[in-house]
Design a protein around this ligand. Structure first.
Ligand code: HEC
Length: 120
């Protein structure tokens, strides 16, 4: 009986200490998970500004290299054009900056951008 009690006594503080130590790690993991999953889905505007706006204008109305304005371009058309530039089957000599931009763009960002540009 005496042995049992002392074992319980030893176990209790140990358990408490472990839980407290785990809290920051769990919160950190959650934060990391939220930041990682939410950022690309919500930030089409920032992504567009950073990757495309410099040449196509914040509203997609500019016509770099004589291209058509990209504002409101349907998502599937935009994705096809981006793939075309990235693969090098679109764009003449004036298309080099666009090919570079398309190649630099991570695959996962394309759908977010397509949605944003379609709604410009
Ligand atoms: C460094 C300048 C530059 C950047 C950055 C850039 N583009 Fe372009 N873009 C161009 C040029 C120049 C053309 C015309 C290329 C050609 O001659 O085919 C073009 C053409 C296009 C076209 C074809 C338009 C058409 O139908 O004629 C689309 C779509 C397009 N860009 C989308 C994008 C998207 C989306 C981004 C961001 C990921 C982007 N561009 C970033 C310069 C740029």
């Amino acid at each position: 009986m005496e042995r049992c009690r002392s074992r319980l006594f030893l176990a209790a503080p140990k358990q408490k200490e472990l839980d407290v130590k785990k809290i920051p790690a769990v919160l950190g993991l959650l934060l990391f998970w939220f930041a990682g999953s939410a950022a690309p889905a919500t930030d089409g505007a920032a992504l567009y500004k950073k990757s495309c706006g410099g040449c196509h204008g914040n509203k997609g109305t500019l016509t770099p290299g004589g291209s058509a304005p990209i504002r409101g371009l349907p998502g599937d058309v935009l994705l096809d054009k981006l793939a075309g530039y990235a693969e090098g089957r679109l764009g003449g000599p004036a298309g080099k900056p666009m090919r570079d931009a398309a190649r630099k763009l991570p695959e996962g960002d394309r759908a977010v951008l397509a949605e944003h540009i379609g709604a410009l």
